[in-house]
Write a protein that binds this ligand. Structure first.
Ligand code: PEP
Ligand code: MG
Length: 838
């Protein structure tokens, strides 16, 4: 553990200081959540009391926690019972996962509104992880924002490791009856109750998990009224813990819960079922039959003490440099950007100042390079794991991976190359991104892990390698003997332990057929997408990076139909400079080449896509809020900066600018004025083409009004479906109903195409429907001129078009427009029914 000095905590606000004992709320005054101070505020901007990562921000905007690199955690809570305001009166200035400096503004609040609508404005700063707490100014009195207020010392992390093996007990699921979910107060009560048990205890909601002894981790789950949660515990008092904590949850964790319908009755304990099928979450699609190979985590022994600090420092530097060059090679060999970006992020960790400082301090204190590096990475990683939340869990895994890579180099340990049999299905607690990238796909046919998630880096790499993979499988999988025959059906989220021969055979035949078909399509990817009766359609690519642009062109793309420009900047905390933007757009334009269209969509921020450097106020309904063009017109400097860079970088003849989320015709006019203005400033005589996305039903219905003012339309079926059917596009329980083949969506597409063609304008489809082979005949039949599809599917969709008969597609489209439901539409989309007979 680093010998860290005491940390100074600054006053987060100006105001009058009160002792915690005087706070009229027992949860705070009893110090159940932690010790700290209370301020009756006279200022209206809450600032960071210390530097660190925003480890949790409540969606209601009234509370936030910051975790310093040493593990000190501070919870800031504005007002009492302000959770009930549902976000009104608060504007967040930072996002979860963001690194902030001491003194940086975090939340702006409307004190008048709070005074009128909440119980109290009293604001709490509580140290929820930290020791040796000293108040610098014990007197009650007036404080200024930023004034040093407390001293705390980091504490040894008391986080226990994850449960290994299959002995965890699980409670029955309960529906949360707390009106605002487990926000700070109930989370504090639950965490406190959990701490009285020795067992390792987790709170689960769907696939998310939080350490039940960590207040911040529970808050980070952002649970809501009615959420289904359950507990798991492992240890000698697991049963008692589950029983007691189920009751704590059922009784509202200190809050009065009155809803009779939701009042949960703790049910008897259930042991994880032992069955022939283990379930998990699909991380990478596909199916494979093979034999179990357990991948054990490798433990490296390090000597703790050393006498020659300069030598240890040189060892560490040397290992860091070697690790950097290994990662560079992995980046260079990456088959797509997503893969390359993972190793780029690992390279950045090698330069992380706080990790390096931490290791340096330990070397100064007489520790070996290996011990210092391991301690630095493990401390931060353990902390991130304890906090809960997908983002920090991902970072923890990356840190473990980089930590191990450098440690092996320091110790001179070479990767033990386990001799693998053919058709190996790897089973592991967790695979690291490095292990995944190094898998020998001639022998490994798939893998299943206990940890990980469908959006993890390991999942991205598995997809890039074309390996079926499951994550989140029960720990029981770790007890399977090497050599056990198993069938991994990732598509169905299942690992069959005793697969029957017929099933194995069927899946194997399908896999081989798909592989052969894919090879054939790739070989013919440069051919045009022309139906057998001579109707041609453009097949372009949906991309989010330069590497994807390059890959798309090699796979036969006829240009880029959608550049999701916001994805170019997702990993940043600060806005890109003009030069950076120009370089990015120019590189993409060069990759696409002068003969093809490049459709750049302007920033589509908001909704499910927050950009760290564009802080936004919390919205109850972000998909119906400040998204896309609305946000850009409200902050025109964002749009201007982007347009200036695009205009400076691409060939205007092929450049198409596309506006997202357009609802009103006036938005198009306003954006066009900005574009004209920027073109004039740049001395351009020619304007690029300007079009809009059709993803709001209003725009589809008004397509005839929009059409004279645009050069093209591109239909975003993902959003058009969610807004037409009033179903959140990410809602797990509505996923099967939110079908873009619903006749209502198809009618809007038909209407748009008709209106556009009447004005001589072309229409593309760039939503996921265009990448769905089953939907292609319908879209073709509706008269769509371009399909912009996800990069790997370009050869498949082109090949499919070449097998179709356009006249049959037109008849089919007319027919399905009259259907009642998406199921009826799907029922007639038999793969072969539209292929011309020879
Ligand atoms: C769409 O909504 O269909 C679309 C292409 O945009 P995005 O998925 O980026 O919101
Ligand atoms: Mg969209």
């Amino acid at each position: 553990m680093a010998i860290s000095p005491q940390l100074e905590l600054l006053a987060p606000l100006a105001g009058v200081l009160l002792a915690l004992d005087d706070v009229p709320d027992p949860v705070f005054s009893s110090r159940l959540m932690g010790d700290g101070v209370c301020i009756d505020p006279t200022s209206q901007v809450l600032c960071a009391p210390l530097a660190g990562v925003v480890s949790n921000r409540q969606h209601t905007g009234h509370a936030l926690s910051i975790t310093h690199d040493t593990g000190v955690q501070v919870l800031l809570h504005i007002g009492l019972d302000t959770v009930n305001l549902g976000g009104a009166g608060f504007s967040a200035l930072v996002v979860e996962g963001q690194r902030v400096e001491a003194g940086q503004p975090l939340i702006e609040f409307d004190a008048d509104y709070l005074a009128l609508n909440a119980r109290s404005l009293l604001t709490l700063m509580l140290v929820i992880s930290g020791d040796g707490f000293v108040a610098l100014d014990a007197d009650q009195g007036v404080v200024e924002s930023g004034q040093p207020l407390l001293l705390v010392r980091p504490r040894e992390l008391d986080v226990k490791p994850e449960v290994q093996g299959g002995e965890a007990l699980h409670s029955a699921a309960q529906l949360l009856a707390n009106p605002n979910g487990l926000h700070a107060r109930p989370a504090g009560v639950l965490a406190q109750a959990a701490k009285s048990f020795d067992s390792v205890i987790y709170l689960h909601r769907q696939h998310e998990t939080a350490n039940a002894k960590s207040l911040v981790a529970i808050m980070a789950l952002q649970t809501k009224y009615g959420d289904s949660v359950h507990l798991s515990a492992a240890g000698h008092d697991a049963q008692a813990a589950i029983t007691a904590l189920s009751h704590v949850l059922a009784s509202g964790c200190g809050e009065s819960v009155t809803s009779a319908t939701l009042a949960p009755q703790p049910e008897p304990l259930v042991q994880q079922p032992v069955s022939d099928v283990l379930r998990g979450v699909c991380a990478s699609a596909g199916a494979a039959f093979g034999h179990v190979v357990q991948v054990a985590a490798c433990t490296l022994e390090v000597v703790e003490n050393a006498t020659d600090a300069p030598h240890e420092r040189a060892c560490l530097q040397d290992a860091l440099a070697q690790a950097d060059s290994q990662l560079q090679t992995l980046r260079d060999n990456a088959s797509n950007t997503a893969q390359g970006d993972i190793f780029k992020a690992h390279q950045a960790l090698l330069q992380d100042p706080s990790l390096l400082e931490h290791a340096d301090e330990l070397i100064d204190a007489g520790k070996s390079a290996g011990h210092a590096w391991r301690s630095a990475t493990e401390t931060t990683s353990t902390l991130f794991k304890s906090l809960g939340g997908q983002l920090l869990a991902e970072r923890a895994l990356d840190l473990d991976d980089v930590g191990q890579r450098v440690l092996k180099l320091i110790l001179g340990v070479h990767d033990n190359t386990q001799v693998l049999p053919q058709h190996a299905i790897l089973i592991a607690e967790q695979l690291t991104p490095s292990q995944t990238a190094a898998l020998d796909t001639r022998k490994v046919v798939g893998f299943a892990t206990v940890g990980g998630g469908a959006t993890s880096h390991v999942a991205i790499l598995a997809r890039a390698l074309g390996l079926p993979a499951l994550c989140g499988v029960a720990p029981q999988v770790l007890t399977l003997a090497n050599g056990t025959p198993v069938l991994l059906n990732a598509d169905a989220g299942e690992l069959h332990l005793q697969p029957d021969d017929a099933l194995v055979e069927r899946l194997e035949v399908q896999r081989v057929q798909l592989q052969q078909r894919r090879q054939h399509d790739v070989q013919h990817a440069s051919l045009a997408a022309c139906t057998r009766d001579g109707h041609t359609i453009e097949i372009t690519a949906n991309i989010a990076s330069q590497a994807e642009a390059e890959q798309a062109m090699t796979l036969g793309a006829q240009g880029v139909g959608l550049l999701r420009s916001e994805f170019l900047y997702l990993e940043r905390n600060s806005a890109p400079t003009h030069e950076e933007q120009v370089a990015t757009y120019r590189a993409i334009a060069d990759a696409v080449g002068p003969e093809h269209n490049l459709v750049v969509r302007t920033l589509d921020v908001g909704g499910d896509k927050p950009l760290t450097y564009v802080p936004m106020a919390h919205e109850t309904n972000p998909f119906l809020g400040m998204r896309g063009i609305r946000l850009c017109l409200e902050r025109p400097e964002l749009l201007r900066d982007q347009l200036r860079a695009i205009l400076a970088s691409a060939d205007l003849a092929r450049l198409h600018i596309m506006l997202p989320m357009v609802t009103h015709v006036s938005e198009l006019h306003e954006a066009r004025r900005v574009l004209q203005d920027e073109a004039q400033r740049a001395g351009l005589v020619q304007l690029p083409k300007l079009g809009i996305m059709i993803e709001v039903p209003a725009a589809a219905l008004m397509a005839d009004v929009f059409a004279p003012h645009v050069d093209f339309f591109s239909i975003g079926t993902n959003d058009l479906t969610q807004y037409t059917l009033a179903m959140d596009r990410d809602h797990p329980r509505l996923a099967s109903q939110a079908d873009s083949l619903h006749p209502a969506v198809l009618r809007l597409i038909a209407h748009t195409v008709k209106a556009a063609h009447a004005h001589g304008k072309w229409v593309g489809v760039c939503g996921a429907l265009a990448s769905e082979p089953q939907a292609v005949p319908v879209l073709l039949g509706l008269g769509v001129d371009e399909l912009s599809v996800s990069v790997p599917l370009i050869p498949t969709i082109k090949a499919q078009v070449r097998e179709l008969d356009f006249n049959a597609c037109t008849t089919l489209a007319e027919q399905v427009l009259g259907f009642e439901s998406a199921q009826q539409v799907r029922a007639v989309l038999q793969p072969q029914s539209l292929v011309l007979e020879n």
